[in-house]
Design a protein around this ligand. Structure first.
Ligand code: GLC
Length: 607
């Protein structure tokens, strides 16, 4: 095996020179680095097949913090059977390289990209773990934080010591003149806990760009050396046998004065080069982009026919739509969500919860069209998921509340946001039943759609919010720790008790996973279409799969029985008898009405 560096050179040169005109010597140095990195490849460590697996129905992900899940990498490996039993075939290990000492944003402030956090293991134990998971049919994803390093990363330390070379790795200024120009058009990511985008560093009497926390120093991609370093680390991860590399916070990586410094065209050029290099260097490695931005902007990160960028992207808009429809019991907004039947080489990651907050990024013009005031509606959602709204089933917390604009996001676990915590606190059996149904509905919405489902560890057994973070000075200002907690293995003892809540949630989830992977659903979904109906509580999705298979998914987002007028469906060509693959019941669309129970969903196939 070898890499055809001349061919690669041809395919990336134009793009590279767009970013770094007149930088031929840097380009040559980049090519040398790629050739050298290739010489470290160990074929035994890699899965040789192509990335086709991302479209398979068997691909089901779980994301977790290694320490919170089961102490360390060895502890993770010891739970291999747990994943297999559940049907998990992709594990996203949240930041596991060496983080900053002290506060580190859950590991997203990296001190050393090439070392594993010593509390979790080392590079050798990671390699062994990857091998073990590969042998068990499980692929591994890790985070790669490319927008910033920690302020105690070697580069930052050298910059602080006055080394000009490394000062150019960051955005550092002697006074506030240039920062002020940037600030004029930049928004704030953490307006409450880390206001502004620059931090004054007293030791060196300079201002440093820090879009996120003040200890996360933004890397300067205008410097070709930074580009080379970052690509070189990417290839290092590919050589470890990592299957999916999650590129953190990609919209932010290129900065230009006078712009929002988000989603700039150069970001796409950088991603295109990464993708092209990887295709030659390590064809089975997949890029997952984290770009939690407006729906129409997210999709641009898949790239185009002129060049692919990310193979996978988070379907953040769908996640927000799910929670919005649950609060309003109204599916009109989600029903109008554009469905992107993009090329088969890319795929969405569908999810309901993750380690971050929920930001209410709904399409505002659509909201207005439907008669909602976007500002008031956002206030409603924030209140609803706090549990403050009179009719709310939810218990959550505010994240990044801005008292002036009243803007905020929400934190909380899937189960608590979906009603389980409140039902248990009120000892209300009816509410408990509804909460369990709601959780099952959410899981179905994630598992049955086109894309890779990603389960957030703990949600499979309905872990509730954990308030301990408030006692930890390093965490208490960041409510995302409400849903970042130790996996409670003792809850699994309850699994044996047939009526336990954990068991009900887990069994329902397993049933959905089995359905997804079973023969009837195992086919690749080619495209999807939303069927519009009068009843605003119901969402209907038609799926077209390979080998001519078609399915109809029907979801009731309300706690009341709903009547579906079948003539609306007949008009759209759905007129046969169908059978529900989960419950086995038959439905006749020639009849006038179909009744859908509270939070019921149906997975229908022609009889
Ligand atoms: C990503 C992570 C988030 C982190 C941020 C800064 O958005 O998901 O947890 O705070 O990047 O690295």
């Amino acid at each position: 095996m070898s890499i055809d560096i001349n061919k690669l050179k041809q395919s990336i040169q134009d793009d590279y020179l767009k970013l770094y005109p007149n930088s031929i010597s840097d380009f040559n140095s980049l090519l040398e680095m790629i050739t050298k990195s290739y010489s470290f490849r160990d074929e035994n460590q890699l899965i040789s097949n192509s990335p086709e697996w991302i479209h398979s129905a068997n691909t089901i992900g779980m994301m977790l913090y290694v320490d919170l899940f089961n102490s360390d990498i060895d502890g993770l490996v010891s739970k291999t059977e747990y994943f297999k039993n559940l049907g998990i075939t992709l594990i996203h290990l949240m930041p596991l390289v060496q983080p900053r000492n002290g506060e580190n944003d859950g590991g997203y402030a990296v001190r050393d990209y090439r070392k594993v956090n010593p509390k979790l293991g080392n590079v050798e134990s990671l390699k062994k773990a990857i091998k073990n998971f590969h042998n068990n049919g499980i692929r591994i994803c890790i985070d790669y934080v490319i927008n910033h390093t920690a302020d105690d990363h070697e580069w930052a330390i050298k910059a602080k010591s006055g080394d000009k070379k490394y000062q150019d790795y960051y955005f550092m200024y002697d006074d506030y003149t240039i920062p002020r120009q940037y600030e004029a058009t930049m928004n704030q990511v953490f307006p409450k806990v880390a206001p502004g985008n620059f931090t004054y560093v007293k030791d060196i009497d300079k201002w440093v760009m820090t879009t996120f926390y003040d200890f996360q120093w933004d890397l300067n991609y205008r410097n070709p050396k930074v580009f080379e370093e970052i690509l070189s680390i990417l290839l290092f991860y590919a050589n470890l046998g990592i299957d999916v590399i999650r590129l953190d916070a990609i919209p932010y990586i290129w900065k230009t004065i006078g712009t929002s410094c988000r989603n700039l065209p150069e970001v796409h050029v950088i991603l295109k080069i990464f993708r092209t290099v990887l295709a030659d260097f390590s064809p089975s490695t997949v890029l997952l982009g984290e770009s939690i931005v407006a729906p129409e902007i997210i999709v641009r990160y898949f790239g185009s026919n002129n060049g692919l960028e990310c193979d996978l992207l988070y379907n953040a808009s769908y996640m927000v739509e799910i929670w919005n429809s649950l609060a309003t019991r109204d599916t009109r907004h989600i029903s109008h969500m554009p469905i992107i039947n993009h090329e088969l080489s890319t795929e969405w990651i569908n999810y309901a919860r993750c380690h971050d907050d929920i930001g209410w990024g709904l399409d505002e013009s659509k909201l207005r069209e439907l008669g909602f005031d976007p500002f008031m509606h956002k206030q409603f959602l924030i209140d609803f998921y706090l549990g403050n709204y009179p009719d709310s089933f939810s218990i959550g917390e505010l994240y990044e509340y801005d008292p002036i604009t009243k803007d905020a996001r929400n934190s909380g676990t899937l189960a608590s946001l979906a009603g389980l915590e409140k039902a248990l606190a009120e000892k209300d059996l009816y509410k408990l039943e509804l909460a369990l149904k709601r959780i099952n509905l959410i899981n179905a919405l994630v598992l049955l759609r086109k894309g890779i489902p990603m389960i957030y560890s703990g949600d499979e057994i309905g872990l509730l919010n954990n308030y301990d973070y408030k006692n930890d000075p390093k965490k208490k200002h960041d409510s995302r720790w409400l849903h970042r907690q130790n996996f409670d293995w003792s809850k699994l003892d309850n699994i044996e008790k047939c009526d336990s809540i954990e068991r009900q949630i887990l069994c329902n989830l397993k049933r959905l996973i089995a359905l997804r992977t079973a023969h009837s659903l195992g086919s690749i979904i080619i495209s999807e279409k939303i069927i519009q109906v009068e009843n605003k509580h119901i969402l209907i999705i038609q799926q077209f799969r390979d080998e001519g298979n078609e399915l109809l998914l029907i979801f009731n987002f309300s706690e009341d029985r709903q009547f579906l007028n079948t003539s609306e469906l007949r008009r759209q060509g759905i007129n046969s008898r169908m059978v529900d693959l989960l419950q086995g019941k038959e439905l006749n669309f020639e009849k006038e009405q179909i009744i859908i129970g509270p939070y019921e969903f149906l997975v229908l196939k022609n009889k």
